[in-house]
Design a binder for this molecule. Structure first.
Ligand code: SF4
Ligand code: SF4
Length: 384
């Protein structure tokens, strides 16, 4: 990360602290106590978030202060064409984490899954929040946007407002916009071929800058981390060519995978349940798309850092890449032999910005060759 202007951050947080608390009856101290967390747990979490955002450890108290002030910014969360899995992944945990606590603590002015209101009252609440907090609220949108002559496939509320109308209107006066999940970022499963609802990602229907936080679902850390990042800096983070923050999506799953040594040694699981699977060999040949996928799952994991798909024995399916439903399937077969269909789904960050898609295609050939050589070597070993 380039030079960090600490005094500008402090100034911004001082300004935020002068704003009225949007929830009078809560404070981070009370919120922690209510859920059985100590201040020490909170500071430990702030330290982990600091490292997660690739900030120096000395910024931990500043990150903790930003989290404490997260109740000063109004948040509007819209649901479009999706399964609500992104909200669910953050909220439906049997052991609430501090990430889910922070999500409860922010001032969620409108969230269709969580609010009690329905019908006219819900629509009124949304209009009221947009008007009252014009230019100040953070907009989070979950779900793809049906467009064209099928725009009406998604209508919401008593006025039959389409999802697209709702998203465009809410985007106009937002201070920052986050597309939460792969559907909102790139259209998701709705947009999979033949895309009968003509669904697209949010950035295709608004002129405003959208920060994509893809994943199916994205980890709770990527959602909360992006909110914190905005509270700290008040500006857009550096984004890759697919609109993803580089601090979260700058590396491939493959780069930090615990099975990477197996890949390099040519030790591959040949089929699920074989001896290689038991020994923790690389899952590339049973479909892992980690080499083509930019996300931080191999570093951050899920469920309080407990595990992630590759640790559990299944390959990454590339869920944070545009059009992964079309380009990464079948999910349990390698893609190295189908380059034409897969190059557009290979992901891009500063590596591909520099080396280009052609070289990534070559990398695909290289991986396929590597896997084949791996088999030849293990066969030779077996014969010896
Ligand atoms: S191919 Fe998948 S399992 Fe193998 S090292 Fe890469 S990310 Fe890990
Ligand atoms: S491991 Fe791959 S498929 Fe699983 S959540 Fe991460 S990016 Fe998505």
């Amino acid at each position: 990360m380039s030079h960090i202007n600490l005094s500008a951050i402090h100034q911004r947080l001082d300004e935020l602290s002068k704003l009225k608390k949007l929830k009078d009856d809560d404070s981070i101290k009370q919120a922690l106590q209510k859920r059985g967390f100590s201040r020490r747990d909170f500071m430990k979490w702030a330290g982990a978030m600091t490292a997660f955002m690739a900030l120096p450890a000395s910024m931990t108290p500043v990150v903790a202060r930003a989290a404490e002030l997260s109740d000063r910014l109004p948040v509007i969360w819209l649901h479009l064409a999706e399964c609500t899995g992104c909200s669910e992944s953050l909220l439906r945990t049997d052991t609430p984490t501090i990430d889910s606590l922070i999500f409860d603590y922010i001032s969620l002015e409108y969230h269709e899954t969580l609010m009690a209101a329905a019908g006219w009252q819900a629509e009124h609440n949304l209009e009221h929040a947009i008007e009252k907090y014009k230019g100040q609220y953070i907009l989070l949108v979950e779900g793809g946007v049906p467009t064209g002559d099928t725009e009406g496939y998604l209508t919401i509320g008593p006025h039959g407002t389409t999802g697209k109308q709702s998203a465009v209107k809410a985007s106009e006066n937002a201070a920052a916009i986050f597309a939460i999940g792969t559907c909102s970022s790139y259209g998701g499963i709705q947009a999979a071929k033949p895309n009968p609802s003509n669904s697209v990602g949010l950035s295709k229907v608004t002129d405003k800058k959208v920060i994509n936080v893809p994943g199916c679902p994205p980890s709770e850390k990527n959602i909360v981390g992006n909110l914190l990042h905005y509270i700290l800096f008040g500006t857009l983070p550096a984004l890759d060519v697919f609109g993803r923050p580089k601090w979260a999506y700058g590396l491939r799953i493959h780069d930090l995978c615990e099975r990477r040594g197996r890949f390099d040694a040519g030790e591959f699981v040949q089929s699920f349940g074989d001896e290689g699977a038991r020994l923790g060999y690389c899952l590339y040949k049973v479909g892992c798309k980690g080499p083509y996928t930019f996300n931080n799952c191999s570093r951050e994991r899920f469920n309080s850092h407990t595990s992630w798909p590759v640790q559990a024995g299944h390959g990454c399916i590339g869920c944070s890449e545009p059009d992964f439903w079309d380009t990464m399937g079948p999910f349990e077969e390698p893609v190295g032999d189908r380059l034409y269909d897969t190059v557009l789904g290979l992901g891009a960050d500063n590596i591909s910005d520099k080396i280009g898609i052609g070289v990534l295609a070559l990398a695909g050939i290289g991986m396929a060759a590597h896997a084949l050589i791996g088999v030849a070597v293990s066969k030779k070993d077996e014969e010896a």
